[in-house]
Design a binder for this molecule. Sequence first.
Ligand code: DGL
Length: 273
Amino acid sequence: MSEQAIGVFDSGLGGLTAVKELIKVLPQENIIYFGDTARVPYGSRSEETIKKYAEQDAGFLLSKNVKMIIAACGTVSSVATELKDNLPVPFTGVVVPTATAAVNATRNGKIGIIGTSATVKSCSYKKEILRLNDRITVFQQDCPLFVNFVENGFISEDDPLVQLLVERYLSKMKREGIDTLILGCTHFPIIAKAISDYLGSSVRLIDSGKETALYAANILGNEGILNRSGKFGNRSYYVSDTVESFMHTAEIFLRKIVSDEVTHINIEQVAVS
Ligand code: DGL
């Protein structure tokens, strides 16, 4: 089983920020990634739709015989919380690992959370933080336009438009004096520098992709299914929209040109149980 791939999915290509971290932490693991590029964004959709899409995404990865599934999507992890109950393999979303890291990082007990509208509405990160430590004060802000900015390549910390949007979304949290900020959406690490420049270096940014990669490594270790082949792992990418659009956007998230195999699939054909 240990040589089977880890399955990672996201509403689109933002989950590649988690794949990048996973490759750093577990370079020997084979990874199968599915990005639902034909149906992104999930963050502005209804709970019912997000749950159905998440089931299809996980169903597709199971058909590839993966040994673990990671929902590298803040929105899915926040809304489709029952997904893990129906899976025959270990699973993690991004909420638990990221909230845990934030609780460990804060010194003044003031944590900010940013995510899509669906994520913030679900209060998923907030609930998990308060479950871990109910003396922490939590501030939430949905930042839906960050997703569009990143997808369209507006990511430079020197871009006045990016700076303006960062200020618009984060000025309240900055005034409240947070010392830790959860980047609760897979797209946000791409503009981490702009966010950090605005909030100042004393505010710690918690990257959901990085924390989830470390958490997944622990699960695989505990289950005794780490790949110990000693070889560098293979990566295969699947998308529901065109392969060409993947090639363009994937570079933004992985910070390199993808030379691995990329395949188009029809996700609507995956049956929901
Ligand atoms: N992947 C989503 C998330 O992490 C962002 C994009 C979307 O809205 O689907 O929340």
